[in-house]
Design a protein around this ligand. Structure first.
Ligand code: ATP
Length: 356
């Protein structure tokens, strides 16, 4: 096992800066998820660590070795791609054996190692089949077995579950996490744009946007203490409400005013002037009757998602999403609500950085 360290790594393709001065340390045995929207530079970062791309600038360390000039085959990393890239003409056995053959491992040892890893991953009965005779989940396991059979120090996965259907994906998510973090305890870097995958699997998440890391933290830190509006809205579903407005102090009261409505904020708040107010749809108090300090809202829609319902009050251009309790009786499309004052966030409207 080994830690991975990226120091000021930049990768430029023509006029695209795919990765911009990236600094990241993945600890020995850690499960790090790179999370971000399409095109933010996640795959490029992974390919740089694998040695499939060369950095334009910066250093990449694996263990205590600077690997910038080390061939991919000598880095002791293994990578699994989204499409698995199994060899269609080879059996499952042949596919898993292939990297050992390339490394010149003797036949008897190859047989032993292939059987061991196949049994470990629950595909020991499938060794004589061809990839086309396997389900998506089984193919995925073969790809994992082929990558793990050489016992790499670092394991890199690029959206490995995105080709599976929703049910198998949930099951494989759990299995993969168990295998990599608890059974093998291998240093893993996992790329996804799926926040649920990131939140459920990661020890820590690095959220990326436009080639730049926005925040690195545990799933709880990312969710509860987002550093800026990008992280705040990228993680969490439905996404965090953000409303721009002004904080004014009057007669000992602290009021947030967005032009369409105003809201009392905690009295000890020491911020004035323009802000972006943020609150999650789940962190709202809701009433069917008018209540002091609650905001009256005219509903433009209600969305029922099985156990949960979300209401959409709107004020001019400001649209809000709030979770409503099932038993709430909404009359005349009116709702009364306010964010839970202990769960609000304030961001600087110029930089998007969290200020409260
Ligand atoms: P996705 O989730 O869609 O795979 P990503 O976050 O993994 O996206 P990258 O594939 O790393 O993003 O791409 C980052 C940026 O670099 C994109 O703008 C992409 O078009 C560009 N890019 C990636 N590889 C190359 C290449 N070989 N040549 C030119 N541009 C590239």
């Amino acid at each position: 096992m080994a830690r991975v360290l990226l120091k000021n790594v930049t990768k430029v393709f023509g006029d695209v800066v795919a990765v911009n001065k990236l600094n990241l340390e993945v600890k020995d045995g850690e499960f790090m998820v790179l999370l971000g929207p399409s095109g933010c530079g996640k795959s490029t970062t992974l390919r740089l660590i694998a040695g499939l791309e060369t950095p334009t600038e910066g250093e990449i360390w694996i263990g205590d070795k600077l690997v910038n000039d080390i061939d991919p085959t000598k880095r002791n990393v293994a990578m699994v791609f989204q499409n698995y890239a199994l060899y269609p003409h080879m059996t499952v056995f042949g596919n898993i054996e292939f990297p050992l053959k390339m490394a010149g491992v003797p036949k008897s040892e190859r047989i032993k190692k292939v059987k061991e890893i196949a049994d470990f991953l629950g595909i020991g009965d499938l060794l004589n089949r061809k990839p086309s005779e396997l389900s998506g989940g089984q193919q995925q396991r073969v790809a994992l077995a082929r990558a793990l059979v050489r016992e790499p120090e670092v394991f890199l996965l690029d959206e490995p579950l995105s080709n599976l259907d929703a049910k198998i994906r949930t099951q494989m998510r759990f299995e993969l996490k168990k295998l990599l973090s608890y059974d093998l305890k291998i240093t893993t870097i996992y790329v996804t744009h799926d926040q649920v995958e990131a939140m459920t699997m990661a020890d820590r998440i690095a959220v990326m946007n436009k080639g730049v890391i926005q925040q690195v933290g545990t799933p709880d830190e990312i969710f509860y203490k987002p550093k800026n509006t990008f992280v705040a809205t990228f993680v969490g579903s439905p996404q965090m409400n953000l409303i721009e407005g002004e904080i004014i102090k009057k007669d000992g009261k602290v009021i947030f005013d967005c032009g369409e409505f105003s809201l009392r904020l905690p009295e000890d708040l020491n911020i004035e002037g323009r802000v972006i107010l943020g609150f999650r749809p789940q962190h709202v108090e809701v009433s069917e009757m008018p209540r002091e300090d609650f905001i009256e809202g005219k509903l433009i829609g209600i969305e029922k998602l099985g156990v949960e319902s979300y209401a959409h009050p709107a004020y001019g251009d400001v649209e809000i999403i709030i979770r409503v309790p099932e038993e709430l009786k909404i009359k005349e499309r009116k709702i009364y609500w306010r964010p839970s004052l202990t769960r609000i966030y304030l961001f600087d409207p110029r930089t998007g950085e969290l200020i409260y």
